[in-house]
Write a protein that binds this ligand. Structure first.
Ligand SMILES: O=P(O)(O)OC[C@H]1O[C@H](OP(=O)(O)OP(=O)(O)O)[C@H](O)[C@@H]1O
Ligand SMILES: Nc1nc2[nH]cnc2c(=O)[nH]1
Length: 215
């Protein structure tokens, strides 16, 4: 800490940065069994691996030379992917407008209810625009089929879909993503925006919660 900052802290004019505990989980490529609130999470895709895919997706989007690009992030699960992807798009000299649509079909469970609920709609007119819908994961496809159909119905010129993860062989609705980060094993994944009963969204990596008895 600089002498000036030390003086300001001692005078109560600024807060000292909290001490960083050294026993934080270190998450890298080979990390496994990270402990979170007593549950073990096996890391499936590390922060570095995700960053590489995000950069690749941004390059692909830029290569399509979108016109009047509107990025629509499907909340809640996509918030972290959206934040990283938007910064990566900026680095590729794209300046999209950004919208958020909140859809839900899983509630607190791990199986799709089969019904997509619009919790919050966008308030931008999409007619004539190139739209990129982004979501964390494509599984049954109900969420993204719903969102894409809605944007086409509203007159978007083009609708592309980018997801960080897709689970093959699970589709119940007719949709394929245009850009996919990882093809994911058939396990319920958490982290990097994705939850299990509202937990784990804050994790910077994608993992799988270890079942009791998994070791
Ligand atoms: O392909 P699908 O089977 O439709 O599943 C994918 C959707 O499921 C999750 O959302 P969820 O409904 O859990 O809401 P959340 O994003 O608020 O967590 C996820 O964020 C995707 O949007
Ligand atoms: N958190 C989470 N949400 C999902 N929605 C569809 N599949 C999944 C999954 O594996 N994890």
């Amino acid at each position: 800490m600089s002498a000036l900052r030390e003086k300001m802290v001692s005078e109560g004019r600024v807060l000292a940065a909290p001490a960083v505990s050294d026993d934080r989980p270190r998450v890298g490529h080979a990390a496994a069994g990270v402990s979170m609130s007593g549950r073990k999470i096996d890391v499936l895709y590390s922060e570095d691996a995700i960053a590489g895919k995000v950069d690749w997706i941004a390059g692909e989007v830029a290569g399509r030379a979108p016109r009047r690009l509107l990025v629509i992030a499907i909340l809640k699960g996509s918030f972290m992917f959206a934040a990283d992807l938007l910064r990566a798009l900026h680095r590729r000299d794209l300046a999209p407008e950004v919208e958020f649509m909140m859809l839900s079909s899983y509630g607190t469970g791990t199986v799709s209810s089969g019904t997509v609920r619009v919790v919050r709609d966008i308030d931008t007119d999409v007619a004539g625009r190139d739209v990129l819908i982004i979501d964390d994961i494509l599984e049954s496809g109900r969420t993204l089929a719903f969102a894409r159909a809605l944007m086409i119905e509203r007159g978007a010129a083009r609708v592309d879909v980018a997801v960080l993860l897709e689970k093959p062989g699970k589709r119940k609705a007719e949709i394929e993503a245009d850009l996919v980060g990882f093809v994911c094993p058939d396990k319920f994944v958490v982290g990097y925006g994705m939850d299990a009963a509202h937990a784990y969204r804050e994790l910077p990596f994608v993992g799988v919660v270890r079942e009791d008895g998994d070791g």
